[in-house]
Each structure stands twice: as C-alpha cells, then as structure tokens.
Design a protein around this ligand. Structure first.
Ligand SMILES: [Zn+2]
Length: 201
C-alpha cells in the first residue's frame, strides 16, 4: 500500500511538472497549422520569442519586418517577448495597457506587442514610457532608435497616446486595405486547425 502511494505521488508530481512547464513555456495547444494559410504566417525567431511559447502570427508581408526587428534585438543582446501579434476579431485582451483601437493593426496582422529582456532585467510598458526613457540602458535605447529609424515601422512610444510596447506597420492608414487584410486574416484564423490534431487535414 505504501509503495502504491509513493508511486502515485511521484506520478502526480511528474504530471503536474509537465503541465506547469507547458503552461509557462510551451502552450503548444494554441499553435495552428499554417501550411494551408495564404495570408497569415508563423514567425519563429532567434531573439524574438512568444509569451509562454504561444505562436507568433502576422500577415505574410510583415515577416521581413520581424526579421529586421529580430536583428536589432540580436545586435543589442536583447530578447523580445511577444505578448500579442495577430488578434482575431472580438478577441478578449487580458491586461490591455492601452484601450484597443477599432482599426487596430493587430487585427490585420500588422502589429506586435513586446517586452524587452536584457541580461539583467525585463523592461515593461512603464519602463519604456517617455518619462522613464532616460533611465534605460544604452542597448535598449539603441534598439528603440533602430525601430524609429526604420521607415516601414512605427514605435508606439512615439504615439500621442503612448503605447511603448507596440510596433506596427500602419496598414490602417488606408481603411480599405485594413478591411481586406483584416477579413483575410480573420477568415483564415477562424478555419485554422490546431497543430496537435495531426490526423486532420
Ligand atoms: Zn499593440
């Protein structure tokens, strides 16, 4: 009886550890198969990682921008954690820092939200705000300046209503284009099949 209890306890500990590890580092059940997608693409970067191992999905034309951002992060020894990339219509946003815009570039796959990590610490929205920017280490400042100098990118820290964890390509300057991309992405996403369902096409 005692032996059974020990085995059961070990089993429960192992099971709990696996669940806990997956929840915090590798939420594989949120990953969709993207092979059949025509508009949305998955990004797997080196210095860009997804929050809790979720999937980074963006419009395919944004992939080159992510590669650039990834390189800026790498050159400054930073890791970016992406909290949000493409967002489907009606998706609830937990812990939203800025009230989501109706014509948000996230809804068309043209935006990411991030936190920055260097070897010493993590930098969140408050740390990146105008009033605190002088206190940032040089490599974080350099990284942000690279984003600002890239003509195809906007950094939310420069917005009137600042949103310093946001980077986008402003497809929403044209509502017509935004609507097309939003619908294409949303359609694809809603028909998406989770990767773990390997037996479905
Ligand atoms: Zn954003």
């Amino acid at each position: 009886m005692k032996r059974i209890l020990i085995i059961l306890t070990i089993f429960i500990i192992i099971f709990y550890s696996i669940i806990s590890y997956c929840y915090h580092n590798f939420q594989f059940w949120t990953h969709l198969k993207t092979e059949q997608f025509e508009t949305l693409r998955e990004y797997n970067g080196k210095n860009i990682i997804a929050f809790r191992g979720r999937q980074i999905l963006v419009h395919k034309s944004v992939i080159p921008r992510l590669i650039e951002i990834d390189n800026y992060a790498k050159n400054n020894n930073l890791i970016l954690t992406i909290n949000q990339s493409f967002r489907f219509n009606g998706q609830n946003i937990s812990r939203a820092i800025v009230k989501p815009a109706k014509f948000s570039n996230h809804l068309a796959g043209f935006a990411i939200d991030f936190n920055i990590e260097d070897e010493n610490r993590k930098y969140f929205s408050n740390d990146l705000k105008r009033n605190n920017r002088n206190k940032l280490p040089i490599n974080v400042k350099k990284f942000l300046n690279k984003i600002r100098k890239n003509k195809k990118l906007r950094w939310g820290g420069d917005f009137n209503k600042e949103d310093p964890i946001h980077i986008d390509t402003p497809i929403n300057f044209s509502k017509k284009k935004w609507l097309i991309y939003n619908q294409l992405c949303d359609n694809e996403f809603s028909k998406g099949i989770p990767k773990w369902k390997v037996w479905e096409k």
